[in-house]
Ligand binder design. Structure first.
Ligand SMILES: [Zn+2]
Length: 242
């Protein structure tokens, strides 16, 4: 090292020391500004949560307020009706009819359960809506069912019971189906446009009445859209009460 270098070093040292005290002052300013911003954010967030109550996208919503009554009778995990495979993401709801006139929701649920022993075929559904409007859940909405072919991986399925070969739903079945579908749409943040018939997936005549009567299907989707709004209002009201 030569003298020149020493000299330069000293100059650097001084500059650094001056820099240090300037930095310290700057840091103090930054800290004060940071604390101020944090305070403002805290107050703003507090106000926002007071005003908005519960938000749809917050993941903290209380949807119990408008959940239709559901009789949960989960199937045993088995390769024929409940594979236990996690659903990727729920992008839609597929509506079916049982094609078994007069059978009840319980009959259909028990049939799915029996497949674990009979090995007859692979079929199931998340929900079955009965002739009296009863709703039985067979598979959790976090897992896939065997109902809708290529859309099993990203949809929930609803089987509907019916009285005769026309496949028309009773008023009670229809009402429960609208309530269940509307609630599921709200819960999983999808719209009535994401509600489809099995027919829309594979061309299978299912649910028969709504393949034969496309205008009735359009009406159903409108009723679901209305129901989503009802659920939104109910959840909002429940949030304000609590
Ligand atoms: Zn079907």
């Amino acid at each position: 090292m030569n003298k020149k270098t020493y000299g330069r070093k000293n100059v650097h040292e001084k500059t650094r020391n001056r820099g240090k005290s300037r930095r310290a002052r700057q840091q103090a300013v930054y800290i004060r500004a940071g604390v101020g911003i944090l305070l403002i954010l805290t107050v703003a967030l507090g106000l926002y949560s007071c005003i908005s109550g519960t938000g749809r996208a917050s993941g903290m919503i209380d949807t119990d307020a408008s959940q239709p009554e559901i009789d949960v009778q989960l199937l045993d995990v088995n390769p024929y009706s409940r594979p236990g495979t996690e659903i990727e993401k729920i992008n839609g709801i597929v509506v079916h009819y049982t094609a078994n006139p007069g059978s009840t929701a319980q009959n259909n649920r028990d049939y799915f359960e029996g497949l674990k022993d009979s090995h007859e075929t692979k079929v199931s559904s998340h929900f079955v809506v009965g002739i009296d409007g009863e709703i039985v859940q067979c598979i959790p909405s976090s897992e896939i069912a065997y109902a809708s072919n290529s859309r099993n991986s990203d949809t929930l399925s609803i089987e509907c019971c019916h009285l005769d070969e026309t496949g028309a739903f009773t008023d009670a079945t229809y009402t429960s189906l609208v309530r269940l579908t509307g609630w599921l749409c709200y819960r999983f943040n999808i719209t009535s446009e994401d509600v489809i018939r099995h027919y829309d997936v594979t061309g299978k005549i299912c649910p028969k009445y709504y393949v034969d009567h496309p205008e009735a299907w359009e009406q159903f989707k409108e009723d679901v859209e209305e129901q989503i709004k009802v659920v939104e209002q109910e959840v909002l009201a429940a949030g304000e009460e609590s």
